[in-house]
Write a protein that binds this ligand. Structure first.
Ligand SMILES: Cc1ncc(COP(=O)(O)O)c(C=O)c1O
Length: 345
């Protein structure tokens, strides 16, 4: 039985055949567990080729786990992590970062998913530093691409990082979709991270064609002496790590990461273009990665959801999210757009 491809999430897609093949290829004989194997060493080298020779790479099971373990490794319970009000760490992780790390999240307004430099500067300049009544900011965290499918340019990330560093904050990027951002901007991965002053990164694989697996990357290994222990305590140390590592090697050694992401992005742009001028549909965010956000009448949402999968993003605004992935086809998009036009016109 085949399943129709919908627009609910890039997590709804299957696994890219090259990644599955890499898992099959790694499925021979024995390899030492917990990362003491040559597959893991090779995958770390693949990361270093992209991000620099000094990065420390920790493979984990999932994106929430990457955020929770990475942030917890650099933060004390009296400290705070500044983030967007729409951030995955704030909205979609069931409070896991706060529960596990003990720190406080301080969410900030971000109408297009992006943190505004001037707002952040005002907050940090006026902050009650050293006041025992107030959590002390330690990390600035933002997603690239954002939860709204928008992207920060390398210059925007560099400016945020410079501001954060002036206040002795570390910069964490939730890169569940960093490949989509880099592909959308047509820049290398290092332009959004290493070269922009990012300190730690949750690097996504699952949404870009992998079966499972993400990585926490520290750009200065000295930042996280506790990370090996935090990862284990956070239940994010994969025993058969070779199978995560082999997937990352397949994704990163060539240009599969970029091809998958660029294709997903192109499908989102195609959908937005096909809906341009549709009277009953208002695209609410710039389409810069692999998501289209749109507002439409509630009864139209219900009618469309009977035909294909997608999520309502904000009930109060009747705003929906249509998400594309590496395996979305132009035919999927055209059929979806035609249906949306038919229902909403
Ligand atoms: C911005 C962002 N960060 C992280 C994640 C990772 O989540 P999960 O724990 O489901 O892998 C997601 C998944 O939707 C996401 O959209």
């Amino acid at each position: 039985m085949t399943h129709a491809r919908g627009f609910a999430s890039d997590n709804s897609s299957g696994v890219h055949p090259d990644i599955l093949q890499a898992i099959v290829n790694a499925n021979t004989g024995h390899a030492l567990a917990y990362g003491d194997d040559h597959y893991t060493a090779a995958a770390v080298e693949a990361f270093r080729a992209h991000l620099g020779p000094d990065v420390a790479v920790y493979f984990v099971f999932g994106g929430t786990g990457a955020n929770v373990a990475g942030l917890s490794a650099v933060t004390r319970p009296h400290q705070a992590v500044l983030c967007s009000e729409h951030s995955h760490i704030h909205v979609d992780e069931c409070g896991a970062p706060e529960r596990f790390g003990g720190f406080k999240l301080l969410p900030l307004p971000a109408p297009d998913g992006k943190l505004a430099l001037d707002l952040l500067a005002r907050l940090l300049d006026g902050y009650a530093w050293g006041d025992a009544h107030r959590s002390q900011p330690r990390v600035l965290s933002f997603a690239e691409a954002t939860e709204y499918g928008t992207v920060y340019t390398p210059a925007e990330i560099a400016a945020l990082a410079a501001l954060a560093h002036r206040h002795d904050l570390l910069v964490h990027v939730d890169g569940a979709r960093i490949a989509n951002a880099a592909a959308g901007l047509n820049v290398p991965l290092r332009a959004l991270t290493t070269d922009a002053g990012v300190d730690l990164l949750s690097f996504g694989g699952t949404k870009n064609g992998m079966l499972y697996g993400e990585a926490v990357v520290f750009f200065d290994a000295a930042l996280a002496p506790e990370m090996p222990f935090v990862r284990k305590q956070a239940t994010q140390l994969p025993s058969k790590m070779r199978f995560v590592a082999a997937q990352f090697s397949a994704l990163l050694a060539g240009d599969l990461w970029r091809r998958n992401a660029a294709h997903a992005n192109a499908m989102a742009r195609r959908l937005a273009a096909a809906l341009d001028g549709a009277p009953g549909v208002r695209i609410t965010q710039p389409v810069e990665a692999n998501a289209v956000f749109a507002a439409l009448a509630r009864e139209h949402i219900a009618a469309l959801q009977r035909t294909f999968d997608f999520y309502v993003w904000d009930e109060t605004l009747d705003e929906v999210r249509w998400m594309t992935s590496f395996d979305t086809t132009p035919e999927d998009v055209d059929a979806c757009a035609a249906l949306i036009r038919e229902v909403t016109t």
